[in-house]
Design a protein. Structure first.
Length: 418
């Protein structure tokens, strides 16, 4: 089929390349011209898509990248994978709206449009569909098909591959569901059809709310366990020996990325707008997680105080700046908040992360250094925010005078865990 994947980020590019590999003719569309230039050159910026795979589908002609909307004409199926950020607690769906207008201008009878971007229940039928109909002059469910299939991307996950993760699919009617399921059946090993788009939209939010709330739970328990003289990590390990009724979550310096700090609040906003009531679990979880960087800094201040040092003027080395293990992504990473708080207190802050390409760390506003023995030894305190595999943990234990370990990976008399 002639396939358009609108949005060539961490969701859209893996889908576009995989669709090309299984035999479709795919146009990767993005309004970011710098991205398009890199894609045309065969340079992948998404960690789950090797540049060699990208170049292979470019060489066969199965995949092309463009910022020209005119190149989208004549598609059989289009998939929307654009961002849906929060702006001051309100979902910003302008990227979906703009993309829907662009696709509507190129929509032909018999074609299918699928939304993958995470959003609140009702978006597909109440926002996307009317825009497509108005722009194209066609009727959804009569002249064209539509549905929702939430992305389940887990960057860097070695256990669950892109195509090995079960794929939820839904449609605005039975014919739409059949067409969408048929498309994804050729890409994913397992597809899971549900009765309607609102169910699929809610299911995606349930997945992320579950993680968000449980992470906040262990984060708050960590802040209480330390003053009670309890090792929270040992307690979690002990609880995890129960073979039923328990899912292991561990504390950290906060949550980050494209999903967890954002998606649960979509549902909270929708519930408030539609029902006029708060989603208290999500709001409480958000409050706990947003303040974990403050707790990290407070623990660091206390540790330096015990050593008769002040945070003002101390040299602090932050190790692991991305929001996720072995990832390259800085979006909404708690490291930015930790660094900002320390700088405001007068600390001399440096950051080390071997996974972040040069130039991708502008939002941190801290000098980048290598995690060398010299840098570690020169720091008054080292904070292990993310335990990337490329860090030499035994070296850190050996040369650091003090470490606040937020990931429970280090040991020794100079190490404290979060």
């Amino acid at each position: 089929m002639e396939v358009v994947v609108a949005g060539q980020g961490y969701v859209g590019l893996p889908l576009a390349v995989r669709a090309a590999e299984v035999g479709h003719r795919v146009v990767g569309y993005d309004v970011d011209t710098d991205r398009i230039k890199r894609l045309i050159a065969g340079d992948s910026y998404v960690e789950d898509v090797a540049s060699s795979r990208l170049r292979a589908v470019l060489d066969t002609g199965a995949y092309s990248a463009t910022a020209d909307a005119a190149a989208l004409a004549g598609f059989d199926i289009a998939v929307i994978t654009v961002p849906t950020p929060l702006r001051d607690g309100v979902p910003d769906l302008t990227y979906i709206e703009s993309c829907a207008r662009t696709l509507g201008e190129n929509l032909r009878p018999g074609a299918t449009v699928v939304l993958e971007s995470t959003t609140y229940p009702g978006t597909t039928e109440e926002l996307l569909l009317p825009i497509l109909e108005k722009t194209s002059g066609l009727k959804g469910g009569v002249d064209f098909l539509a549905g929702f299939s939430p992305e389940r991307i887990a960057p860097g996950n070695k256990r669950w591959s892109f195509d090995g993760t079960p794929k939820l699919v839904s449609g605005i009617d039975a014919e739409s569901l059949d067409a969408i399921k048929g498309f994804y059946d050729g890409i994913f090993q397992t597809t899971v059809p549900v009765s309607g788009t609102k169910v699929a939209e809610m299911a995606k939010l349930i997945e992320n709310v579950f993680r968000f709330v449980n992470i906040s739970l262990v984060n708050e328990m960590a802040t209480l366990a330390a003053p009670l003289g309890v090792n929270i990590w040992e307690a979690i390990d002990a609880a995890a020996t129960k073979p039923f009724g328990f899912t292991r979550f561990t504390p950290g310096p906060g949550v980050g990325g494209h999903c967890l700090p954002v998606d649960p609040l979509f549902l909270s906003w929708k519930v408030q707008q539609e029902l006029g009531v708060p989603f208290r679990f999500v709001e409480l979880a958000d409050d706990v997680n947003r303040h974990m960087p403050d707790y990290v800094v407070r623990r660091l201040v206390e540790a330096l105080d015990k050593r008769r040092m002040t945070i003002n003027g101390s040299r602090i080395l932050l190790l692991g700046l991305t929001y996720k293990y072995n990832a390259t992504d800085l979006r909404n990473s708690p490291s930015a908040r930790v660094a900002g708080l320390l700088i405001n207190l007068g600390a001399e802050v440096r950051g080390a992360d071997p996974n972040i390409p040069e130039g991708d760390d502008t939002e941190l506003n801290v000098p980048r250094v290598d995690a060398s023995a010299e840098e570690v030894a020169a720091a008054d305190a080292v904070v292990l925010l993310m335990d990337h595999a490329r860090f030499d943990l035994p070296m850190i234990e050996k040369y650091a005078t003090y470490v606040l370990d937020c990931r429970n990976r280090l040991s020794g008399p100079n190490v404290e865990t979060l």
